[in-house]
Ligand binder design. Structure first.
Ligand code: DGL
Length: 274
């Protein structure tokens, strides 16, 4: 049995990728996980794809310098901006990225109308265009950017009247057009899934691709002979380029109480995990 104790690297602009980390931890309890949240530059969704690509390449460099054997881009925006580029730069490293789960939404719709919520940058990407082109198959796919929602979630406003108002503004028009599936196309959004589900009601299926991403991570680790099969409940290492104490506090609110959070430093475009 191959056993490789090196960590799986995971990154996002902030706490959003922790929804993916949670799914990976459930699926692969023996894997050590090394997480980086780039809170200094959050939100990514309001930035240009070029800028997000440069951050993502530097983050990948830092995760590989820490010995990561596989990298999960647990951010739709960064995946849209940089997945092709990091695969080109590191052809021997397996990468897992996020893409809006249009395919399962299209497979499940009865009304023939599905909704996608994501960041503006994600909707501007070629990756999003190609997902719709490949999978829409005659189904109407409505897309709705949610500017300001990521910051709201990072501020801990998981279920407040202000967040609810914002969501009504974006979701009510899609509901009026008859969606019966809603794709969460940003890894921050599953954090407020209960609120989203309350607003859309039981007639709309809410789709989070995190479990599928965890399965893909497992498949790639096995395919490359990189799985760690000995340890149970392996440790996690968490870093943020923001305030570690604030990050730890919000992790506790997400039910992730057992991790210490360390810092990270950006200097002239180079990231060091400290
Ligand atoms: N969580 C990220 C995503 O999946 C990015 C959010 C942001 O920083 O705007 O798109």
């Amino acid at each position: 049995m191959p056993t490789d104790p090196r960590p799986v690297g995971i990154f996002d602009s902030g706490i959003g990728g922790l929804t993916v980390l949670t799914a990976i931890r459930q699926a692969l309890p023996a894997e050590r996980l090394l997480y980086f949240g780039d809170n200094l530059h959050m939100p990514y969704g309001a930035r240009s794809l070029d800028e997000v690509r440069a951050f993502s390449v530097a983050i990948t460099e830092a995760l590989l310098a820490k010995g990561c054997k596989l990298v999960v881009i647990a951010c739709n925006t960064a995946s849209a901006a940089a997945l092709a580029e990091v695969r080109r730069l590191w052809p021997d490293v397996p990468f897992v990225g996020m893409e809006p789960a249009v395919k399962p939404a299209v497979e499940q719709t009865a009304s023939g109308v599905v909704g996608v919520i994501a960041t503006s940058a994600t909707f501007q990407s070629d990756l999003y265009a190609s997902v719709v082109e490949r999978f829409a198959q005659g189904v109407e796919v409505l897309h709705q950017p949610c500017p300001g929602l990521v910051k709201q979630i990072e501020a801990g406003e998981f279920d407040t009247p202000a967040t609810e108002d914002m969501l009504h503004g974006w979701l009510d028009p899609m509901l009026a057009r008859g969606i019966d599936a809603l794709v969460l196309g940003c890894t921050h959004y599953p954090i407020i899934r209960p609120l989203i589900e309350r607003i859309v009601g039981p007639g709309v299926r809410v789709i989070d691709p995190a479990p599928a991403v965890a399965r893909q991570t497992s498949r790639l680790l096995n395919e490359h002979g990189l799985a760690n099969e000995l340890a149970e409940d392996a440790p996690m290492e968490i870093h943020t380029s923001g305030d570690p104490a604030a990050f730890a506090a919000i992790m506790r609110r997400m039910g992730l109480a057992d991790a210490e959070v360390s810092g990270a430093r950006w200097a002239e475009g180079v990231l060091t995990l400290t």
